[in-house]
Design a binder for this molecule. Sequence first.
Ligand SMILES: [Mn+2]
Length: 349
Amino acid sequence: MKAQTSFEMDGPASADDGIFGLPGSERAARLVYLPVPWEVTTSYGGGTSNGPSAIREASPQLDLYDEEVERPYAAGLYMRRESARVRRWNFEAKMAAQSVIASLTAGKKASPKALSTVNAFGDKLNAWVYEETRGIIAAGKVPALIGGDHSTPYGAIRAAVEKWPGLGLLHFDAHHDTREAYEGFTWSHASIFFNVMRRLPVRKIVQVGIRDYSAAERAFCRNLKDRCAVFYDEDLKRRRFSGEPFHTTAREIVSELPSDVWVTFDIDGLDPRYCPGTGTPVPGGLEFSEANHILRTLVASKRRIVGFDLNEVAPLKGSEWDANVGARLLYKMTAWTLASQGLAKSSLR
Ligand SMILES: [Mn+2]
């Protein structure tokens, strides 16, 4: 089939092309990717700050035709350049955070000065992400953030819930991420949903794939009452093993959400064979196709995905695999988001 766009879809991408090998400007795009190269509080491993650039580099390998949403790219997809300022903040804040973590590991008290430096940089990053996302939304475009560690979307969710009151979150992760100031860091990657649910008027969070958590994190979620539903990985597996069709499970997950949804995806929600380089891999997790089916079910339910983020993709040295999976997941999330807003044709809508 001949693609009805101004570029040759089947041709090789050139170095000047943008994400997925697409040409085009931000002005002409309906969806804008905001890269956030940030991994200040990463507790184990590292490399997620290179996630955005690795995903971008791997992305031209994909075939742009989508079986389910046909031509998501036709809406116009644009990825911004990384901010040099954010890179610099990340570097400075990470130095301070490393000294805090080293003290804690040695059983010593962390330096209050280093701690407040890290927290101040977190404030700055959140304000920056908020302003950038607000600008994208104000321009009538769909916001999509690419982290970085999972602390990065706080400002984006803040901008989204301001624009779409009653917003719900569909959260894929191995972890609740509801620790209060983990290691003393207010804006730790492990604390994002503690902060989001405490500080922002998000109507509800629905967590999927959770399998590594503390009793306090679990209690925090329980105490949110009807503002939180958790689908633990163990329960998803038990249902699968007892013969429940996954479609039944997916419909139940989706039914917990309000009509406007932000999808926040930590790649470690997937089985770690899809993301061996991620910061905190945990055995178990979702199949790629299961995560995709939940998104498909969400769109089929007529709910609207207003924006999304993808985090914790950490490229392993010498391997493109993590970035390849990340790029494919990014494209699927993009496709379903556009379809849910009527910006791309889908057989479901
Ligand atoms: Mn997470």
